[in-house]
Design a protein around this ligand. Structure first.
Ligand code: FE2
Length: 383
């Protein structure tokens, strides 16, 4: 049976439910009231600012009902009903993982073991069946990438995949970019062998958060695409040497691209990005566009470079990589804030033609989360 007790000053209450005991502050509860004067019924957007709530707001009374709690606030003398499930879902009086480098719920890090289960969806299913799309988007959220098989072999088909979840992010490279390779063993340099796994465009601010590569032609043997989980690499670095992890997280690198007339893209961001409370949220790793690093103190620079080197070695370790072949009509989408990509070498002769574009992952997550709420029937959640 759920029970609620109000602290004598009225500054907070304690909810004793089957899931545990959680304290909630009066000001937090009042700010999150869902009555029609506080939130607009249709959009669920808040109608008031904090200054509309008296600073000395206290709980005058709290009454427990079957599935809700009625709370009266003073000095407003306002009574608002709170759904018990909503309070439990939004409890903040919980134990926290304070180790730097934790990852959000639902994220699963991986290494080469995922090679036997590459997250994949069939184009025909994704474009005709919302459950199939929902499942595939869920895999992309969980693993940071997903393959699509069996799409049309036509220029611009990549946009049909972006249309499933979001919007193209246009850049100075255009709405799409071409990746064409003539594979000729007499001139290996031309095939671009030895490209280290990287995240794309760290010199943009913000970086593109989704990349899509779509295969239109692939007649040469080899040339598989490979991906590395940057979160797994960063966490392995932390396990081996916490100082290395902290150094790459606590100091900014700089990235730059000024390779064409009229373009000068620069950014100042860390290679490993964690939020103020320690969540691992992004990796930026790209040897080609790393600029002079000038934000690391002299005393830390040697450690910084040792950490950068070790992170690169981990990324290059074959036990971290998942490789797969793209045939014409196949594509893959990746979270460019997490998953690094590269291309393996070729043997024989032939051509390879991919089209690529960028998009943003807020669109992908929004599509997935809206489907999830519709399925689970909690569409009325405060947003
Ligand atoms: Fe790339």
């Amino acid at each position: 049976m759920t029970r609620v007790t109000v602290e004598s000053s009225g500054e907070f209450l304690t909810l004793h439910s089957s899931k545990g005991a959680y304290r909630f502050h009066a000001i937090w509860l009042r700010d999150n009231a869902s009555d029609p004067e506080t939130r607009e019924a249709g959009s669920r957007q808040r109608l008031i600012t904090l200054k509309d709530i008296p600073a000395p707001t206290r709980i005058a009374q709290a009454e427990s009902k079957a599935t809700s709690i009625d709370i009266t606030f003073r000095p407003e003398e306002k009574t608002v009903s709170y759904d018990l499930g909503w309070l439990e879902d939004n409890a903040y009086d919980t134990n926290r993982n304070n180790v730097s480098g934790w990852t959000a719920n639902g994220i699963e890090t991986w290494d080469c073991g995922l090679m036997s289960a590459v997250p994949t969806g069939k184009y025909s299913a994704l474009t005709s069946n919302s459950d199939a799309l929902y499942n595939w988007l869920g895999l992309v959220n969980r693993y940071g990438f997903g393959k699509i098989e069996g799409g049309p072999i036509e220029e611009g088909a990549l946009f049909k995949i972006i249309d499933l979840f979001g919007y193209v992010r246009e850049t100075n490279y255009g709405r799409l970019f071409e990746v064409r390779t003539e594979v000729n063993p007499t001139n290996l340099a031309f095939t671009g062998l030895g490209l280290q796994a990287h995240t794309d465009n760290p010199y943009r601010d913000p970086s593109p958060t989704i990349q899509l590569l779509y295969c239109l032609e692939s007649s040469a043997a080899g040339g598989e695409n490979m991906v590395v989980d940057g979160f797994a690499a960063a966490l392995r670095l932390r396990e081996e040497n916490e100082e290395y992890f902290d150094t790459l997280a606590n100091y900014c690198a700089r990235f730059e691209y000024a390779g064409e007339a009229g373009v000068c893209l620069t950014s100042r961001r860390p290679m490993i990005e964690v939020t103020p409370d320690g969540e691992l949220v992004a990796i930026r790793f790209n040897n080609r566009s790393l600029a002079a690093i000038t934000d690391v103190p002299f005393d830390k620079m040697a450690t910084y470079y040792a950490a950068y080197r070790r992170l690169g070695e981990i990324i290059d370790d074959e036990s971290m990589e998942v490789a797969f072949r793209l045939n014409p009509g196949d594509a893959f989408v990746l979270d460019n804030t997490r998953v690094l990509h590269a291309r393996k070498g070729y043997s024989g002769e032939g051509t390879r033609w991919l089209q690529g574009c960028y998009a943003d992952k807020d669109g992908l997550r929004s599509t997935y989360d809206a489907m999830s709420r519709a399925k689970n029937g909690n569409g009325a959640d405060l947003g």
